[in-house]
Ligand binder design. Structure first.
Ligand code: NAD
Length: 297
């Protein structure tokens, strides 16, 4: 029976380490690191995520606040707000909670954030640097997956990793870091990576996952990964967050992984909730601290 990776515990561990580093850093700097979340509209999931990020910031000693903006805001008004924050020397990190309303271009918004304050790592210059193995802000979910693998002690050097999902924010940057050279400025994990996506035929997906030492799913497809697709002793990381209706009419959070069947064959598996999610928040704190360090350097 597999071991369940405790994302909540790992997140606490990371946040405790950060809290110590920030306390020490504060003895030599005039103010706390600071983070501003920009929240457009009142989508309940987004409100919840931002709340969690603000709580985490508070607990590690990062100053944080949320800019609440109405759904009706125009793209240029939103970019104007982001520019204000870009120009504010008291702000180290800026995150625009996605998704933004449909009349606003997500790409334009991500590109409006000062790359040095881009703690989500979504600006094109950070994405480009990541591709070239240069130091950059890496998306927090990508960092979370890597941190979970490292802190669980799972070997990646020369191992075969299957990544499901090719999104620009998760699947693609994750596969780049996983396959890259560990000697790079931005160190890679030296794995062989197979990147699957919505047009990978299911029988091929199964063929690949059966060979994989590590399977990472970031698709939003409920129960895409089942126990019979997993090699005995593999590590399975579930990035998916899906809201489903239970027969009783309640809303339940599930991942991409059929946990009950996978836990019987895998050596390690992350649960949803309580896996990648909390660690993602912790990595946002880490990125904010890095932004503050850079600001005062
Ligand atoms: P996305 O919709 O941009 O991308 C989904 C990807 O899955 C696409 O590249 C698509 O090709 C691929 N896909 C779809 N069906 C597939 C299939 N049958 N087989 C293989 N690949 C398939 O989503 P995203 O932004 O990359 O997010 C992925 C998931 O991660 C979502 O469920 C999202 O809610 C979740 N998420 C989790 C966190 C976290 O912190 N845990 C953060 C952000 C997003």
């Amino acid at each position: 029976k597999g071991c369940i990776i405790n994302g909540k515990r790992i997140a606490e561990e990371i946040q405790n380490e950060l809290k110590c580093s920030i306390t020490e850093w504060l003895t030599k700097h005039p103010r706390k690191p600071s983070l501003v979340a920009v929240l457009v509209g009142e989508d309940p999931a987004s409100v919840k995520y931002v709340e969690k990020k603000m709580e985490a910031a508070q607990s590690v000693g990062i100053d944080s606040r949320t800019e609440n903006l109405p759904n009706t805001i125009t793209e240029s008004q939103l970019i104007g707000k982001i520019n204000e924050l870009n120009n504010d020397p008291a702000v180290d990190g800026i995150l625009v909670q996605l998704p933004v309303p449909k009349h606003i271009s997500e790409r334009n918004i991500c590109n409006a954030v000062d790359p040095l304050k881009d703690v989500d790592g979504f600006h094109f210059s950070n994405a480009g640097k990541l591709c070239l193995n240069m130091n950059a802000f890496v998306p927090c979910t990508v960092l979370a997956v890597i941190e979970l693998i490292k802190r669980t002690g799972v070997e990646t050097f020369g191992k075969h990793v299957v990544v499901c999902g090719r999104s620009k924010n998760i699947g693609l940057p994750l596969s780049i870091l996983l396959h890259s050279d560990a000697r790079n400025e931005l160190p890679g994990l030296e794995a062989t990576v197979t990147l699957c996506h919505r047009n990978t035929p299911p029988e091929q997906l199964e063929m690949f996952t059966k060979m994989a030492d590590i399977v990472i799913s970031a698709t939003g497809v409920v129960h895409l990964i089942k126990g019979h697709m997993i090699k005995e002793g593999a590590c399975v990381i579930d990035v998916g967050i899906n809201r489903i209706q239970t027969p009783e009419g309640k809303v339940k959070l599930v991942g991409d992984v059929d946990f009950d069947s996978v836990v019987k064959v895998a050596k390690h598996v992350t649960p949803v909730p309580g896996g990648v999610g909390p660690v993602t928040v912790a990595m946002l704190m880490k990125n904010t601290y890095l932004a503050a360090i850079n600001h005062f350097r």
